[in-house]
Design a protein around this ligand. Sequence first.
Ligand SMILES: C[S@@+](CC[C@H](N)C(=O)[O-])C[C@H]1O[C@@H](n2cnc3c(N)ncnc32)[C@H](O)[C@@H]1O
Ligand code: SF4
Length: 380
Amino acid sequence: MHQMLLVLLSLNNMKFFTDFKEKLNGAFAFSNPRQSANTALNILERRRQQRRLRSRPVVVQVEVTSRCNLNCFICSRSSTPFIGKNLNKELIEPVVDLSKYSRELVLFGYGEPLIAKPFYQLLAKAKSGRISFVTNGLALNPRITQKILATSRRPIYSISFSIDGASPDTYNSIREKSDFERVWTNLTELSKQLKNRSYPKLWIDFVIMKRNAAELPQLVRKAAGLGVDRINVFNIVVWDRAHTDESLIWYPDLAAKSFASARAEAQEANIRLDLPVIPDKNKSQPNTQAKFCHDPWSYTYIRQDGTVQACCFTDKFYMGNLKEQSFEAIWNNKAYQTLRTSVNSSNPPVVCRHCEQRWREVNSNDDNSIYLKLRPKNLV
Ligand SMILES: C[S@@+](CC[C@H](N)C(=O)[O-])C[C@H]1O[C@@H](n2cnc3c(N)ncnc32)[C@H](O)[C@@H]1O
Ligand code: SF4
């Protein structure tokens, strides 16, 4: 059915149809009939804003470890007491079970996935339609890439490298214990290895702040030269008071200049660039105009200790623990039902009113299209 629709749509190159085709691919590519049915039911249930769901989450994110080989100053790991641990062994099977229904299993949390055994165990066992992950890239040399591609039972949809600078000095000043040249070499090698493959898509995640904003356009140019598919830019979340000055809320002009120039580079190089809104301290009031959030219906986040969170941006939405209860019991419990009732109401939880994801300026039609729908109409 999905294939037939794609064939029909390929006959027509009108923008509406190509956008729709991309959306369809984003929603169903690599899913088996059970996963496609789950996605379809999930869309229906979330459209109805149902509190109790028969469908399971479409996207499941798992923190395979909270250990890390770096010590980035931007990371909340650096500013909170943090004990690094791998995903608890007894959680592997419950995650595999859940993955039978999900379109995508996302394998990272607060930590570096590639250094953790559960990452490879889940690659080998997962039953989700597809897999994706974000890495600091330091360990992703050609040997590890081969290992990942050989181990993964399911197609890997995207690999995101976190690279927050175009020069060694800037990048290394953010990512303590990393090595810009090595990460860039790994990215270059990976792009060569993936050259004749449609998947995995190769992405870069760039956390933008005062010290690296001016380097974004250069990074776009360099990445396009390597055949990177897309660059996602995120505003820095400041965890430590000492780094407040890095936030671009104090420097909207710097942000605007960087974004404009990066956009022009991206257009010329024909690479997709997803930018956040230009942060502005005068616009930080609670926003009740924001469009719908889909996460309490379509997404769940399982931490290494079994904690289930409804959102990866805040630990305020603790829903239960997978070591104590089945996922099915948690998914429709009181905490989840309460959140589903309030998140898109006129009186959402305070953290949701400040959520940047509800303000992201994204021209995406695939997974991130949830954010496109959330974009307030007055922001273009
Ligand atoms: C926590 S890391 C885990 C994966 C891996 N260790 C890495 O660095 O890519 C996931 C993503 O969060 C981003 N990140 C870390 N600290 C951040 C902050 N303060 N604000 C926004 N994004 C942040 C990282 O750059 C990375 O892209
Ligand atoms: S590499 Fe990732 S998890 Fe590790 S400290 Fe940096 S941002 Fe945090």
